[in-house]
Write a new protein. Structure first.
Length: 373
């Protein structure tokens, strides 16, 4: 099978990440020392500063020349639009200039994100060149740095968008992408309202810089959080999978609902996540369950959990909570899912308890309380 050629950024990220050497035992990767926490805080602050400056400078470099030089640099040209059957005045030079600036900003953000993932990996000592899965671990972190979707879940027939129509999935993704543009537009309306209708356009446009800086910081934060939980999850997944195998390895009832439980976890997230893929493959392998590309699911599975025997019911609910925990933090979608699970009697833990476990995991304190629950 022909190996797919790596892009420039993938080759660069691989060179950076493959230099890392594991500095602590595999079983302790989910525990962070005070020194590691200080390193991670420093990495976070430096990356925030760089990403924020990139967003702010992008806006300033776009609009200051545009308003200062106006048609001297960016003339309006009559462009014939066949569909419109008329000419429209379009600032071609400004559009080209905008695209160039966006391209430069994206490249710079990609660079600092890769450097941040590399630094986090070094700080936590997560990669081992002697590990047979070394290249796989490096590739997963490359995907984090390049903000690529971890769609490996498709390989085991799990779809986080189950239940959404194709148009629903498209709308869901488009809304995510439009957040920055929409918030920037709303901010400009707000500033215009405050400053009055006669406010200089250059002031209104440039005052949008903090919004784009904030979105860049948010994007880098997501990358760094993802890298952090990607480092800490594997040993916890291995521990929990082993725990379930010891207790339910011969339990046919648990085996029969395992696929549906993994799908329920994925749907609660409404996103692909590499840690869910690791969890799914670990459990399916340990329980010797055939991987299917398009397995059938019971849409009413969660409503029937209370019909299972008490031990299996508890295992299913615990597995769902674990699946929600291992991608780090609790989104609004996940919180709503937990509330729904609580109402349906699937969740035996309080929402506050799950939040506490989530914080402990992200802060590198482990999940000992969860495993003992």
């Amino acid at each position: 099978m022909e190996t797919k050629k790596r892009s420039f950024w993938e080759r660069y990220a691989y060179r950076q990440l493959s230099k890392n050497v594991r500095t602590q035992a595999t079983d302790n990767l989910f525990l962070l020392s005070e020194e590691e926490k200080k390193s991670l805080k420093s990495i976070r602050n430096q990356t925030y500063l760089k990403a924020g400056l990139a967003g702010a400078l992008g806006v300033i470099l776009l609009y200051v020349p545009y308003h200062l030089f106006e048609e001297t640099l960016f003339p309006k040209r009559d462009i014939w639009i066949p569909i419109y059957n008329d000419s429209l005045k379009i600032e071609i030079e400004f559009l080209i200039y905008s695209v160039v600036l966006v391209f430069i900003e994206i490249w710079y953000l990609t660079y600092i994100n890769i450097k941040a993932v590399d630094a986090i990996s070094k700080a936590c000592g997560c990669l081992d060149p002697e590990d047979p899965k070394f290249d796989e671990d490096v590739d997963s972190l490359i995907q984090v740095g390049l903000e690529k979707k971890h769609e490996e879940l498709k390989k085991v027939g799990i779809n986080p968008y189950e239940g959404l129509s194709k148009w629903g999935v498209l709308a869901f993704q488009v809304l995510i992408k439009l957040k920055a543009a929409i918030s920037g537009f709303i901010w400009k309306l707000f500033v215009s309202k405050i400053l009055g209708r006669y406010a200089l356009r250059i002031v209104v446009d440039v005052l949008g810089a903090p919004i784009y800086a904030a979105w860049n910081i948010y994007g880098s934060r997501k990358v760094m959080n993802e890298a952090r939980v990607r480092v800490m999850a594997p040993p916890l997944i291995n521990h929990f999978s082993l725990q379930l195998e010891k207790e339910f390895g011969e339990n046919e009832e648990f085996r029969s609902v395992l696929y549906s439980t993994l799908q329920a976890i994925s749907v609660s997230k409404r996103s692909f996540h590499y840690n869910h893929y690791l969890l799914a493959t670990s459990l399916l392998t340990r329980f010797d369950i055939e991987v299917k590309s398009d397995p059938s699911y019971d849409k009413d599975f969660l409503k029937k959990v209370d019909e299972l025997t008490p031990p299996v019911q508890k295992a299913v609910s615990k597995l769902i909570v674990f699946g929600i925990l291992i991608d780090g933090g609790l989104s609004q979608i996940e919180k709503r899912s937990l509330i729904r699970l609580k109402k349906e009697g699937v969740l035996p833990y309080s929402i506050e308890t799950v939040k506490k476990w989530s914080n402990d995991y992200f802060e590198g304190k482990g999940l000992e309380a969860f495993f003992k629950s």
